[in-house]
Design a protein around this ligand. Structure first.
Ligand SMILES: Cc1cc2nc3c(=O)[nH]c(=O)nc-3n(C[C@H](O)[C@H](O)[C@H](O)COP(=O)(O)OP(=O)(O)OC[C@H]3O[C@@H](n4cnc5c(N)ncnc54)[C@H](O)[C@@H]3O)c2cc1C
Length: 492
């Protein structure tokens, strides 16, 4: 058993032993219904529910509840009525049936990295999949079977030593569940497409408590819907991913430029990344620290023949004004963890806006740089990721991801201390004002970067795929049981 799995089992065992069952369910629990009304969950019903699942049911006075309700973005401090930490697909079915029979507001949690905190809710049930993190690799078929609560690192640790990989995100503690269902961008996307472009099928528990298989042959509409439609249609308990052969060693590179040359450096990033070799992963970023220092960074990986690297990176080197410059060969499995700490570590407050750029011009570059301002209480960064290559070769209605013609994904993120609630309003207003100037250069946004967009924006973001999504929603979730997401509203 891997250390992380061991830790999780130990935590589960500790939580179970801290729950003397006779006392644990001595009281009814106040909760919130799907419609937002107050309801009472009867203690006998909760006891039966807790007895039926192999995992654990936590309520507010249970040991481990306060840790289990924490999510990556500590801006969200929500208190669910119950948290069901499931260990199997049968547990998930039981949890869905319990919630449905009580019309209980329900959130679904995998890695807990939703920026908008959608995987935890006040007064509802959290169906927590994080113990369901098993990964099995079929080397001959080049396929991974991944449970719906796994983190990206769980998958990489199994697949990469076998010389196999698929597109996954850049931070290993992100959940496979949320990342994949929303689309899934990552280091290998220009070669192999988005995560959804590599999903061959899923096992899914729908709102009526049924366990369904969805793939190109079985329930094809549902298969289409889960590839980019988020958690709208059910709880995915297993993903089947296509894997690709992968050289375990890659080149990691990064250059950083001071703010004094930020506009030119950003132009260099766009020139360098636009139409670049598909063996390159190229992130761009402008960041500003609390004290006003910062700069432009261009970094990434080269997956091609290492003997080409000097030629491929020459434009970056020739620019000349870098304050730091690194090119190192490194194992890909390490790269997949290299960004896990620092600004990406859990435990801070965040606010971010994001969108897709259609074109890049000098006005955009001027706006991105000139609107930046230091603020004593927070750091701020803008991230850029090219969307060309394999993702752009998939049709806009082949999956739910309608933004196949985007040139870059862009996000603007503010990060501040967990307890610094006094500055929330100031920071969020500033970020929104910055984004107001950037937004005209974008069209649509990545649903996994949903933050405070209204229902009209969510609907139009699905573009021409919205009508078909509503049909699939009507069929599989007509009561909108799964609503804490970039919601597709049913019409029945
Ligand atoms: C540090 C960090 C790095 C990131 N890097 C990337 C990146 O490289 N590429 C990228 O594309 N995105 C990235 N993201 C965005 C990420 O894709 C979303 O935050 C995503 O929602 C995270 O998934 P999760 O399972 O961790 O989140 P959770 O908060 O657990 O889940 C988010 C939502 O997904 C749904 N969901 C999750 N699992 C399931 C399931 N098994 N079945 C049904 N519904 C489910 C639920 O609706 C839930 O509310 C990053 C986010 C963070 C915080």
């Amino acid at each position: 058993m891997h250390r992380r799995e061991l830790l999780r089992s130990a935590m589960a065992a500790a939580a179970v032993s801290a729950l003397p069952l006779k006392q644990a369910w001595a009281e009814d629990v106040q909760a919130i219904s799907l419609d937002g009304n107050s309801i009472t969950l009867n203690k006998a019903d909760i006891r039966d529910f807790a007895g039926e699942i192999d995992g654990i049911v936590l309520k507010p006075d249970s040991a481990g509840y306060d840790i289990a309700r924490q999510v990556w973005n500590r801006f969200w401090d929500r208190h669910p009525a119950l948290i069901a930490r499931c260990t199997s697909v049968d547990d998930v079915v039981t949890a869905v049936n319990f919630a449905r029979s009580h019309r209980l507001l329900t959130a679904v949690r995998c890695g807990g990295h939703s920026m908008s905190g959608k995987s935890v809710c006040d007064g509802g049930l959290v169906i927590d999949l994080s113990y369901m993190n098993q990964v099995d690799i079929d080397v001959d078929q080049k396929v991974a079977h991944v449970e719906g609560g796994a983190q990206l690192g769980d998958m990489d640790r199994k697949a990469l030593p076998l010389g196999l990989a698929t597109t996954a995100g850049v931070v290993s503690h992100t959940g496979v569940g949320g990342l994949t269902l929303g689309g899934g961008m990552g280091r290998l996307q220009r070669r192999f497409g988005l995560a959804i472009d590599n999903v061959l099928g899923v096992e899914i528990v729908t709102a009526d408590g049924k366990i369904l298989t969805a793939n190109a042959k079985e329930n094809p509409d549902l298969y289409w819907g889960v590839r980019g439609g988020g958690g709208n249609f059910g709880i995915v308990t297993k993903f089947i991913f296509r894997l690709h052969s992968m050289n375990p060693m890659v080149i990691n590179f990064g250059v950083r430029f001071p703010m004094a040359v930020a506009k030119d450096a950003l132009k260099l990033y766009f020139d360098f990344s636009s139409g670049a070799d598909e063996d390159l992963f190229i992130l761009g970023g402008v960041s500003m620290r609390e004290d006003g220092t910062g700069g432009v960074s261009i970094g990434g990986n080269y997956f091609g023949d290492p003997s080409n690297v000097d030629r491929v990176l020459k434009p970056l080197r020739d620019f000349g004004k870098a304050t730091s410059d690194r090119v190192i060969p490194i194992e890909y499995v390490k790269i997949q963890r290299i960004a896990d700490d620092g600004v990406n570590a859990p435990g801070k407050r965040r606010y971010a806006k994001g969108g897709f750029l259609r074109e890049v011009n000098d006005d955009l570059i001027t706006t991105l740089i000139e609107r930046m301002e230091p603020m004593p209480s927070r750091s701020f960064s803008v991230g850029l990721l090219p969307m060309d290559g394999a993702p752009s070769r998939v049709g806009a209605s082949d999956t739910v991801w309608a933004h196949r013609d985007a040139s870059y994904n862009i996000d603007s993120t503010s990060t501040w201390a967990m307890d610094d609630t006094d500055v929330d309003e100031e920071i969020i207003s500033w970020n929104r004002a910055y984004w107001k100037d950037v937004e005209p250069f974008t069209r649509g946004f990545y649903i996994n970067q949903l933050i405070d967009e209204d229902q009209g924006q969510v609907n139009s973001n699905y573009g021409n795929n919205h009508a078909r999504l509503v049909k699939v929603k009507n069929q599989y979730d007509p009561t909108n049981f799964f609503r804490l997401n970039a919601n597709v509203r049913p019409t029945v």
